[in-house]
Design a protein around this ligand. Structure first.
Ligand code: GFB
Length: 320
């Protein structure tokens, strides 16, 4: 049983660190980032341990006994996927986080970092959103299933801290993108979708490509390598029951983003709008004051991040 709350800095040196979901975009970035730490990291594939299965999670964690756990594992997707698979989004996320967090307590994990999402905040929250606007209003309907599951994850960490003294913390990342992203147009987030559409339009010699919605919603983006760096920083330097926003602190409209992506890809035609598709929440810029006060700031600009992501898409993804 754990009971290590409030010990910072938490050194990863010599620790057994489990990245639950190491094959996803965030998990892969964490795996890269943790190479810089003097720790042993543990991974397990979905074929070996299905994280929605309590018995499998309990058996594996009791066997390997991690000291620290990152929980990027989740059922994730863009606005359309969230809208059409609500049962999968709420069920799988609740199961994954409940199994891992409860078992982490049982096997005495010293520190655990759970990942949520900026969609936990109310649709009409004042901008930029500080951590304390959680549960002050109604959620964005297209992703309320996912958001409810992620809010439950924050509450699990708080409950295990309160009742058992577990040092379990939560980070709320903004919209992430980068190496290892999902480029499936049905299920992806906006950046990989726009990149693929602009690339295909250029290669096929099309005059235009279409974006979903009005292009006027604003979004904040953070490169996944910056996110991984922030998560390791939090693991070492933060202990407390309040979740912490992880973002870039800047946002732009989807239309402005589309223009940036078109430039990176080298597409010079028109951008048209499919107004039958949803816009989702109008804006979700997060305040990153708390994270900055812990001594962390983003390093990768959106221009640089888009360029390196496009390079990965053409050099690795399309050739794989
Ligand atoms: O990234 P995205 O799918 O998710 O969409 P959310 C962001 C915005 O981009 C929306 C617009 O206004 C979309 O309508 N958009 C324009 C597009 N063209 C496209 C396109 O081709 N594909 C996609 N996917 N979007 C998700 C939540 O919300 O954000 C999740 O549903 C999660 O729960 C995630 O929180 C980070 O930012 O709207």
């Amino acid at each position: 049983m754990s009971g290590n709350a409030n010990k910072t800095p938490y050194s990863l040196k010599g620790k057994k660190v489990w990245i639950a979901g190491h094959r996803g975009m965030v998990g892969s970035a964490l795996t890269r980032r943790l190479q810089q730490e003097d720790c042993e990291f543990l991974t397990v594939t979905r074929q070996e341990v299905e994280l929605t299965r309590q018995d499998q999670v309990e058996r594996w964690m009791a066997d390997v006994r991690p000291d620290a756990v990152f929980v990027p594992a989740a059922k994730v997707g863009g606005i359309h996927a969230n809208d059409i698979y609500p049962a999968e989004f709420i069920y799988q996320n609740l199961m994954i986080e409940s199994n891992i967090i409860n078992t982490a307590h049982k096997v005495g994990v010293e520190k655990l970092l759970f990942l949520g999402s900026s969609c936990i905040y109310p649709k009409r929250a004042p901008q930029p959103m500080t951590e304390d606007v959680l549960l002050t209003g109604a959620l964005e309907p297209t992703n309320e299933w996912y958001a409810i599951a992620k809010i439950a994850g924050i509450k699990l960490c708080q409950a295990y801290r309160k009742q058992y003294g577990c040092d379990f913390i939560s980070a709320m990342p903004t919209n992430l993108y980068g190496t290892g992203d999902n480029f499936d147009l049905e299920t992806s987030h906006v950046i990989p979708a726009l990149m693929r559409k602009a690339h295909d339009a250029r290669v096929n010699g099309d005059n235009s490509f279409m974006i979903w919605g009005t292009g006027s919603p604003k979004r904040e983006f953070l490169h996944v390598d910056d996110a991984a760096d922030a998560l390791v920083h939090m693991m070492v330097h933060y202990s407390g029951d309040q979740h912490v926003n992880v973002g870039s602190g800047e946002d732009l409209s989807i239309f402005e983003l589309t223009q940036m992506v078109a430039k990176v890809v080298g597409f010079t035609g028109d951008i048209t709008k499919d107004s039958s598709k949803p816009d989702g929440t109008p804006r979700k810029l997060m305040s990153i004051d708390r994270l900055k006060a812990m001594g962390w700031s983003p390093k990768i600009s959106l221009e640089e991040g888009l360029a390196s992501t496009y390079q990965w898409y053409t050099d690795v993804y399309l050739k794989g």
